[in-house]
Design a binder for this molecule. Sequence first.
Ligand code: FES
Ligand code: FES
Length: 168
Amino acid sequence: MRVLSKTERHRVRFVLNGEPVEGYAEPRLLLTDFLRHEIGATGTHVGCEHGICGACTIRVDGKAVRACLLLAVQAEGRRIDTVEGLAGRDGRLSSLQAAFHRNFALQCGYCTPGFLMSLSEYLERNPAPTEADIRLALSGNLCRCTGYAEIVAAALEAAREMATKPAG
Ligand code: FES
Ligand code: FES
């Protein structure tokens, strides 16, 4: 296998969960692979790699996007947030994570980072969602285990809690 030298790869620098990070990426490397293999941030999961399942959802400059549809080089200079950044530095779960925990909103957990990141953005935009709002907002995130009811319940519970205690 031919290993690309640093001069054949591009330097990529961005702010990941509030901390500057830097690495090298060949031009066609996906952001999911860069995060997981170059940076070691394995919380972002890879499912379909085609923009369908939502497992790889992260936030780029605040907007929820699918990391499997972005190249690593497109992250240059951006603010990237992943599931690793949701909990506080002391390990305390965010309101959203805690609601998932309380409501048993995961089984295998493979889809969970994507759901959490989609919801973290959506609940900022719509802090008082209805159940129908949540179901529509999550229509691009697939879960093979839960049947979605617990995820929706957790999202509604988190929204109610965040309305009285912002920042979660
Ligand atoms: S892995 Fe990105 S949407 Fe499925
Ligand atoms: S908890 Fe297993 S895919 Fe969602």
